[in-house]
Design a binder for this molecule. Structure first.
Ligand SMILES: Nc1ncnc2c1ncn2[C@@H]1O[C@H](COP(=O)(O)OP(=O)(O)OP(=O)(O)O)[C@@H](O)[C@H]1O
Length: 499
C-alpha cells in the first residue's frame, strides 16, 4: 500500500508499506533507473535479502519484485528520464504470490541436501523417507512463465541458509545469455545470493565481465558456445553441448557440502512446447532427455503447465519426481524487441562493465552491494593478423547442400561439422560477429579429432569490428589485452555493434 510522499535532500521519494507475504512489482522503461531502500522490516528480491538502509539501483529495463514475508516499508527514489521525475511505467503491490509454494519446494530440496550430506559423512540418518541424493532439479515451462526467476529464488534460498551450500546453477537457454553473452550455455557454482539489478546480468556478475578483485560476488562460470538464440537452429549441437556441460560439471572435485548442494537447471521455453518453438515434439524430448542424463536429474519442476507435467510424468515418472508449481502473476511477457535490446545490454556490459546512472539525489547507490563505479571496464581494440586466429563456423550455415554431400554422408554429420572461415573471402560474415575464444585443444596431437572444437570450453568472447583484407588484418574488441596468436574461435549468428 502506498503511504505518501516524503522529502530527502530536496528530492521527493515515495514510501510503500507492504503487508506480510505481498510484493511490490515494478517495470522500468529504457533509459530509466530506480533505487529501492529498505526502511523497516524484512524484504527480498527474488530470494536475495535487502540490507537495511542501503540503496539498491535497478536499470536497463529491469523488471522485478520486492517481496516480504513479515511486512516492511521500502522507499523508492525517483527515476531519471530526460530530466523529468516519474514513477516506473508499471508499479503495483500484489497480495497474490506463489512464494509460499516456492518456499515449500525449497524446504523439500533442503531436506535432500541435509540427508545427502549425512550419507556422505556417514552421520546418523535424520529422516529415512527422504532420498539420500542431492537435489538435481530441472525447471521447465513455457515462455514467460518465470523459469529463470524460480531458479534464482531456489538458488538464493539455498545459499542463504548458512549451511555452506553452493548449488550449481546451470543455464541451457542460449537466448537468455545468463552469464556473459547470449548464445552461450553455462554453469556456475553459486555461494552468495545472486543480486538483481539489470537485465544484463540476470544471474549475477561474472569474473569475465568485472574485475574479480572488485566484484566480491563475481562467479566463475563454465561456458560452451552454441552461438544462436533458438534451439531449433541446431538441436544436435545443443544436445552435444548440454552433454559436455553436464560431464564437465560432474567431473568437478568438490567438498561434501558442495556435492550435497545439488544443482538447478534453467531451460529454454522451446523445451516446453513445440508451438512456436520450431522444435518437433521428439526433438524437444530428446533435448530434455539430454539434460536429464547429463545432470542426472532427480526432480523436474514444471511451471504452471498441466499438459507438460503429464508428459514428463509419463516419460520420467517412475524414476524422477515431477512436480507442477504455480506461475507468478508478476512474470512479465517479454517481446521480441525487448529481448533484442537485452542482448545489446548484455554484450555492452560484457565489454564495458555495468554502469547504471543512479536516480537523482541517490549518492550511496550500489549495484547489488558493489559501488557503481567499480563495475566499469575498459575493453581493448586490437589489430591481429588473419593468421593469428583460426575461426570455425559450425553446422547449418556452413553446411553444403544435401546434393553436394559425398555419397553416403548424412546431413547429421554435416550439422556438427566445424568448417574453417577464411576472413579474406567475401561473404565471411565476420564483421560485427561475436566470436567465442576456445580453451586450448589437447596438447597431444594423437588425441586430437575433427570435432574437437565442439567439446572445448569457452575462455572469453570478442567482437570483430573491422576487416582489412589487403593487409590481412582484422580489428577486434576484447575485454582483455592478451595475445590471440594460435587461438581458436567459433562464430555463430550473433552480431553486435556499438551504438
Ligand atoms: N514477481 C515478479 N514481479 C515482477 N517481475 C517479475 C516477477 N517474476 C518475474 N518477473 C520478471 O519477468 C520477466 C520474465 O521472467 P523469467 O525470465 O523468469 O521468465 P522465463 O520463463 O525464464 O522467460 P523465458 O521466456 O525467457 O524462458 C523477467 O524480467 C523477470 O525479472
Amino acid at each position: 500500500m502506498e503511504s505518501g510522499q516524503s522529502t530527502v535532500a530536496a528530492v521527493p521519494t515515495k514510501e510503500w508499506v507492504l503487508e506480510p507475504e505481498t510484493e511490490y512489482r515494478f517495470e522500468l522503461d529504457p533509459g530509466t533507473s530506480l533505487a529501492v531502500k529498505l526502511i523497516r522490516g524484512q524484504a527480498e528480491i527474488f530470494g536475495t535479502e535487502l540490507v537495511d538502509g542501503k540503496a539498491y539501483v535497478f536499470g536497463q529495463e529491469c523488471k522485478a519484485a520486492v517481496f516480504t514475508w513479515q511486512g516492511c516499508t521500502i522507499e523508492m527514489s525517483p527515476i531519471l528520464s530526460l530530466c523529468t521525475l516519474r514513477c516506473p511505467s508499471t508499479e503495483y503491490v500484489s497480495e497474490e504470490t506463489p512464494m509460499a509454494a516456492y518456499a515449500n519446494v525449497h524446504t523439500a530440496l533442503e531436506q535432500r541436501r541435509v540427508r545427502a550430506l549425512q550419507a556422505i559423512r556417514g552421520s546418523p540418518i535424520s529422516d529415512d523417507s527422504v532420498p539420500a541424493e542431492p537435489p538435481r532439479v530441472l525447471v521447465l515451462g513455457p515462455a514467460n512463465s518465470g523459469k529463470t526467476t524460480v531458479c534464482k529464488i531456489l538458488t538464493n534460498y539455498a545459499v542463504r541458509t548458512g549451511q555452506g551450500w553452493s548449488p550449481i546453477l546451470v543455464n541451457v537457454d542460449p537466448n537468455e545469455g545468463g552469464w556473459a553473452v547470449p548464445g552461450a550455455i553455462s554453469a556456475a557454482s553459486v555461494n552468495t545470493p545472486i543480486v538483481t539489478s539489470s537485465t544484463a546480468n540476470t544471474l549475477g556478475s561474472v569474473a569475465t565481465s568485472a574485475p574479480v578483485t572488485l566484484s566480491s560476488n563475481a562467479l566463475l562460470p563454465l561456458f560452451y558456445w552454441y552461438g544462436h538464440k533458438e534451439a531449433k537452429r541446431n538441436p544436435l549441437l545443443m544436445d552435444r553441448l548440454i552433454r559436455n556441460l553436464g560431464q564437465n560439471v560432474q567431473d568437478r572435485n568438490e567438498d561434501p557440502e558442495a556435492v550435497s548442494s545439488g544443482l538447478i537447471v534453467d531451460t529454454p521455453a522451446a523445451f516446453a512446447s513445440s508451438t512456436g518453438s520450431g522444435l518437433k515434439d521428439d526433438q524437444r524430448q530428446v533435448l530434455i532427455k539430454a539434460c536429464v542424463d547429463a545432470f542426472n536429474i532427480n526432480i523436474i519442476l514444471v511451471i504452471g503447465h498441466e499438459k507438460l507435467t503429464i508428459e514428463m510424468q509419463r516419460i520420467f515418472g517412475g524414476r524422477i519426481n515431477v512436480v507442477k508449481i504455480p506461475k507468478s502473476g508478476g512474470v512479465v511477457e517479454l517481446d521480441h524487441s525487448y529481448r533484442e535490446r537485452v542482448h545489446g545490454y548484455q554484450l555492452h556490459t560484457y565489454m564495458y562493465g555495468l554502469r547504471i546512472e543512479p536516480p537523482l539525489g541517490v549518492s550511496d547507490a550500489t549495484l547489488g552491494g558493489e559501488p557503481i563505479t567499480d563495475l566499469t571496464l575498459a575493453p581493448s581494440s586490437l589489430q591481429i593478423s588473419f593468421e593469428d586466429l583460426a575461426i570455425f563456423r559450425i553446422g547449418e550455415e556452413a553446411m553444403a547442400p544435401q546434393s553436394a554431400l559425398p555419397i553416403g554422408a548424412t546431413r547429421a554429420l554435416s550439422e556438427m561439422q566445424p568448417v574453417a572461415v577464411d576472413p579474406a573471402k567475401g561473404g565471411s560474415r565476420l564483421i560485427n560477429s561475436i566470436l567465442a575464444l576456445l580453451a586450448p585443444p589437447n596438447p597431444d596431437e594423437a588425441e586430437r579429432y575433427d570435432e574437437e572444437v565442439l567439446d572445448l570450453t569457452v575462455v572469453g568472447f570478442i567482437v570483430v569490428t573491422a576487416l582489412d583484407i589487403p593487409s590481412r588484418k582484422m580489428t577486434i574488441l576484447s575485454p582483455n589485452q592478451g595475445s590471440l596468436a594460435g587461438r581458436t574461435a567459433i562464430v555463430g549468428s550473433f552480431e553486435w555493434s556499438e551504438q
